[in-house]
Design a protein around this ligand. Sequence first.
Ligand code: SF4
Ligand code: SF4
Length: 381
Amino acid sequence: MLHYCVNGCLYCPYHLKNKTIPRKKLTQEEIRAEVIALQDMGHKRLAIEAGEDPVNNPIEYILDSIRTIYGIKHKNGAIRRVNVNIAATTVEEYRMLKEAEIGTYILFQETYDKKGYEELHPTGPKHNYAYHTEAMDRAMDGGIDDVGLGVLFGLEKYKYEFAGLLMHAEHLEAVHGVGPHTISVPRVKKADDIDPDMFDNGIDDETFAKIIACIRIAVPYTGMIISTRESEEVRRKALTMGISQISGGSRTSVGGYTEEERPHDTEQFDVSDSRKLDDVIEWLIDLGYIPSFCTACYRAGRTGDRFMSLCKSGQIQNCCHPNALMTLAEYMMDYASPFVKDKGLTLIDNELSGIPDEKVRNIARENIEAIKNSKGRDFRF
Ligand code: SF4
Ligand code: SF4
């Protein structure tokens, strides 16, 4: 939402000393336009990304923006889950985010190696390793029970990062009774003023795939996210290794969704998979997956330990499967191109008969008919 940042992160083009990047902050009207552009693609959830800057980005700006986003009524579109990725903050501000009904609070550790961390963050409040590392504890103390972890692979040695990530997950479970809701696996990418070769701990695709598989085995209940930083080919393989959430049609520049052309000079990092959302949906169907736009758990109050117990026992599948089909039906009716729509509706028909519980199957079938006949939206189990 804004390029302003007082930190000096060596791997990010928004660092304070980069004088070549134009700085911009979206107004509430501009945020509205961005969100409508996302809704018109078919998105139902988004993540707010913003740099750290107490003057340009106080918590009130984030809270106003969340209200703006949830308040937008535009055709059949709706952002049903706003996730937030902002700098480490106080328990009080985390409580405000909770009250604003955020979904997941996301904060990447970047690196768990303290010495490396301090060198990579030479200036600004983010330099404080302990304050950053304990952010999720404060978030949970503030009532946020869905938190998203991640390291930026390539900055430091991956074995250390992998162990650190798992220990962080274990710590959250032990202390707060809830492990990470999601784990992201970003790798350092090229951007204005940033060359990934400056960091000599880059990992090859094979090692990257193994890391994903090992995280999946070690933290089976967590959602695993891969972004458009990675290419189509890497993402395809990552899906088979345990990734459960992928982004599509993303733009990483401030205000990028309302631009005709993808702006490259102000991106936070280069996007490798630049396909449109509709292409990503078709690709997932062709690969044999069911693309889901479901946001039901958080809206039904299934968060934190409640969510974890359903997830660990596998019972959540009884909700995920029909919810995926119903939200995919919304996408197919409202946003898909005709060719993708045919494929999607066929998939939905085939999958409906595979819902084991007869009552659930019948309700899902009725709801999907209602969606097809424009008699309703936003059904969920
Ligand atoms: S990574 Fe975040 S905190 Fe660091 S310079 Fe970029 S926007 Fe600022
Ligand atoms: S029902 Fe499944 S897909 Fe939907 S929000 Fe819950 S875990 Fe995610």
